[in-house]
Write a protein that binds this ligand. Structure first.
Ligand code: GLN
Length: 455
């Protein structure tokens, strides 16, 4: 009760400024805390019993408003619970509320939320300007970094756990596609969407992931494999491990400070006994354009369900078509509309072969790059993002410039392999930078072992 109360207090004191929560649920949390105390007093309760966490507002939570940070779902109260959040509840975690994100998880700044942007709790040492927390799981990253929750759920379609974790100086894991159930997670691009934990330490992430993961017959892409005891992997060390440095990630214009942090990571791993070798992932440069075709195509199809008829907000019209139009015009923000338009275009007849099918082929090539690399190395080390957090008013007006921030995170998503981000230091502005480790299919354990050397 004391722990939950202290975090509720922190939210009340700090979150009017940060705006990391869309919906706060202190009453429910206080009740759950009392029950947790009773269980703990009897020596019962799960691995997360009584621990206050936050839930990205993309996970359906029974009886608690779930918005995807969109006006179109502004009044949506799901009658069911997502599998990931049900797993966390089963183990005793207590949700303090629903965390802000880019609308429908589309973005990397958290400025596209219909509920307002999120402020990164970090400040530059030389300016008071509000920094972005990254995105799309920016509310999750900011709430964890500010100490409002002990951990949070995130989702990562093309970097949305790793990049905000890096921007806010915390740790986040995108597990292998299929590790965590997608049931009850509002879909962006179903073949890429993957839930994962965000927390202040890798150990906390390991504990959360063990609870979140696992086979779920309600998700046809969920994989039926036992969930390892992730926490145990942390102390394994990296002696004899082979770490690959992909030369294609040394892109033009990569800031020297990021190069330096990357080199530091290499040195740390070497000192701990790993062997570090250069590798090639030759199709890397096609990752970003292929992602922004494949993901948008899936998004345009997934978002067709928001028609104002079945659930969510409705704007009346003189006919059914007019109702659809008015509802979608009023309900979706600019970035979501842009993506629906682009996604519909690349799927339309005459363009499908030229764009969508090609992107899918590139996806296979990206996956083969990784499989080939893993014939010689166990894990890959790279920066998480090509920049640290930037100021709200530095967000480029050209959306393609924003998309470029995903250059290092998108390939692992396209391939489906697991990846994590750990905080690796500060840049000269005093703002955190992250390092990314990318692993073999279902080998989150090696990522954890290597990550704990960098942390
Ligand atoms: N920034 C990427 C995008 O805008 C990734 C988002 C995500 O992983 N949900 O699509």
């Amino acid at each position: 009760v004391e722990l939950v109360d202290a975090h509720i207090d922190a939210i009340e004191r700090l979150d009017d400024g940060l705006n990391s929560f869309i919906t706060r649920t202190p009453e429910q949390a206080r009740l759950a805390a009392k029950e947790a105390d009773a269980l703990l007093a009897r020596g019962e309760g799960g691995s997360l019993c009584g621990l206050p966490i936050g839930i990205k507002d993309l996970f359906a939570t029974e009886g608690v408003r779930t918005t995807a940070a969109s006006k179109i779902l502004g009044n949506f109260v799901p009658p069911y619970e997502s599998t990931v959040t049900a797993n966390l509840k089963r183990d005793g975690a207590i949700s303090l509320g629903k965390l802000n994100l880019d609308e429908f998880a589309m973005g990397s700044t958290n400025l596209t939320s219909a509920f307002g942007g999120v402020e990164n709790p970090w400040k530059r040492c030389d300016s008071d300007a509000k920094l972005v927390p990254g995105g799309s799981s920016g509310g999750s990253a900011a709430a964890v970094a500010a100490g409002l929750v002990l951990g949070a759920t995130g989702t990562d379609t093309g970097g949305s756990i790793r990049q905000p974790a890096a921007f806010c100086g915390i740790t986040g894991i995108k597990p292998t596609y299929g590790r965590c159930s997608r049931f009850g997670t509002i879909a962006f691009a179903s073949s890429l969407d993957q839930a994962g934990p965000m927390a202040r330490t890798l150990q906390d992430c390991a504990i959360l992931l063990e609870s979140m993961a696992g086979f779920d017959p309600k998700d046809s892409t969920s994989v039926d494999r036992p969930v390892p005891h992730y926490e145990a992997a942390l102390g394994r060390g990296v002696k004899g491990l082979k770490v690959g440095i992909p030369k294609e990630y040394r892109i033009d214009g990569l800031p020297a400070e990021i190069e330096a942090i990357w080199q530091q990571g290499i040195d740390w791993l070497k000192e701990a006994g790993a062997e570090v070798v250069e590798i090639s992932l030759p199709h890397t440069k096609y990752g970003l354009p292929a992602y922004y075709i494949a993901a948008l195509a899936e998004a345009s199809s997934n978002l067709a369900r928001y028609d104002g008829v079945r659930f969510g907000e409705r704007v009346q019209g003189a006919s059914l078509d007019a109702l659809y139009e008015a509802t979608r015009a009023a309900g979706f923000g600019d970035e979501v509309k842009r993506r629906i338009l682009l996604g519909t275009y690349v799927l339309s007849s005459g363009y499908y072969d030229a764009y969508y099918l090609r992107a899918q082929k590139v996806r296979t090539l990206l996956q083969r790059d990784f499989l080939k690399a893993y014939e010689t190395v166990d894990v890959i080390l790279a920066p998480t993002a090509p920049s640290g957090a930037f100021a709200w008013d530095e967000k480029p007006t050209d959306p393609v410039q924003v998309y470029l921030n995903d250059v290092f995170t998108v390939p692992a998503s396209m391939a489906g392999v697991p990846a994590l981000s750990v905080p690796a230091g500060l840049d000269s502005r005093g703002v955190p930078l992250g390092l990314q480790l990318i692993g073999r299919f279902f080998d989150e354990e090696t990522l954890l072992a290597a990550g704990s050397v960098l942390e």
